[in-house]
Design a binder for this molecule. Sequence first.
Ligand code: C2G
Length: 177
Amino acid sequence: MPAYNISRRDEPAGLSTGAPDMSKSTLGTVITYGTFDIFHIGHLRLLKRMRELGERTIVAVSTDEFNRLKGKKALIPYAERKEIIESLSCVDLVIPEHSWEQKIDDIREHGVDTFVMGSDWNGKFDHLKACCQVVYLDRTHGVSSTELRESLSSILADDRQISNILSLLKALKGDLG
Ligand code: C2G
């Protein structure tokens, strides 16, 4: 059974690459995109650091249909992932993410100054530098929705195994009378 990684999840160092000079505090509107499935400390720290980059924060949450296109299946349905993110004090607006291509329209529509993603996307959205600042923030190591999903399914698999063994034992006990 993959061990559920409970090692220390250090606060990420800070900014990864393409970071504007924060001493000048760009403020303005900041946007990020993601699935945010099984919301965890990595997601929270990214959104809290995003708040430090702007006075208005927008999060585009991937819809279940778009996740299918991404080859992903979120455990938590879109409506609930949206509700969780909307309830955070560091988030001002949640919009749906339907496609990869919508970012430039979103940036223009919402007057975005800074686009933020975690460092696992380093360089992938540099083309957006044509319309706003692009910042990659260090990921929080030691936690991911994929790992949590895998741990959950293996725990459930074990549970099923245990209950099978139990019913076998009960049957055996019954036979032995
Ligand atoms: N993240 C993080 N630390 C982790 C896990 C995730 O900082 N331990 C960040 C990711 O880098 C990302 C954000 O949290 O910026 C959301 O991660 P996902 O939900 O995994 O996003 P993904 O499904 O990759 O969708 O158009 C972009 C896509 O929507 C990104």
